[in-house]
Ligand binder design. Structure first.
Ligand code: URA
Length: 214
């Protein structure tokens, strides 16, 4: 079976899931985005927000738009290179952080997605996503981001990296050397060159000017 067919089976189960209370308030299950047949990287975010809940797609609100800009600048195709998922598939009310119980009850979908995708790398986007798989729950994303580490999921070890969450970058506009936005650019450039191969895109300077306005 091709990956998409396997994922469709998991998605069908997930669409009917009422394992936790998020099932009661969601409008849509937010299962994934990207082409599973071409994606070599799985990117894991935190949880769907309002726009994601309305559309059924991850990272389509303000944070998602900023993420798209960074990806584009790095030469990473959201549709072809990434398979995007979240630690939980349903929106937590008021966009609160998902609880440990909600994450635990949703984990079987997440691990099934990773198993089927068998990615070359996993990108943990933001602290909630990172902490779901990092043993020290006090880990600071600012300390570990940008460095490759190994993560073992369902007995299989993957190469992984944490990056800042775009919501954090929406609150941090600086594009000075060493700023979170600059570090995000650096991290995505490493991911691009080491996982997807180098293929240069457009000038960082003009993108920085555009992004400073977001
Ligand atoms: N933030 C996330 O972590 N995931 C989404 O899908 C949207 C915003």
């Amino acid at each position: 079976m091709i990956k998409k067919e396997c994922l469709d089976i998991v998605q069908a189960k997930c669409e009917n899931c009422q394992d936790c209370i998020l099932g009661k308030t969601r409008n849509n299950v937010v299962f994934s985005d990207g082409n599973p047949e071409t994606a070599r990287i799985v990117l894991i975010g935190e949880a769907p927000g309002e726009t994601e809940d309305e559309t059924g797609k991850p990272f389509v609100g303000r944070a998602g738009k900023l993420l798209n800009q960074f990806l584009e600048e790095a030469g990473i195709s959201r549709q072809d290179d990434l398979y995007i998922i979240n630690t939980v598939k349903c929106r937590p009310p008021e966009n609160r952080v998902p609880t440990d119980v909600e994450k635990a009850l949703c984990e079987r979908y997440l691990t099934a997605q990773i198993d089927i995708m068998n990615p070359q790398a996993i990108i943990f986007c933001g602290a909630t996503s990172l902490k779901s798989f990092w043993s020290d729950k006090k880990v600071q994303i600012s300390k570990v981001r940008g460095n490759w580490f190994d993560v073992t999921i369902n007995g299989k070890t993957y190469k992984a990296m944490a990056i800042f969450h775009p919501s954090y970058l929406l609150r941090n506009h600086s594009i000075e050397e060493g700023s979170p936005r600059r570090l995000m650019q650096q991290d995505l450039a490493v991911i691009k060159s080491e996982i997807l191969g180098d293929k240069m895109v457009c000038s960082t300077e003009s993108h920085n000017q555009e992004m400073a306005m977001v």
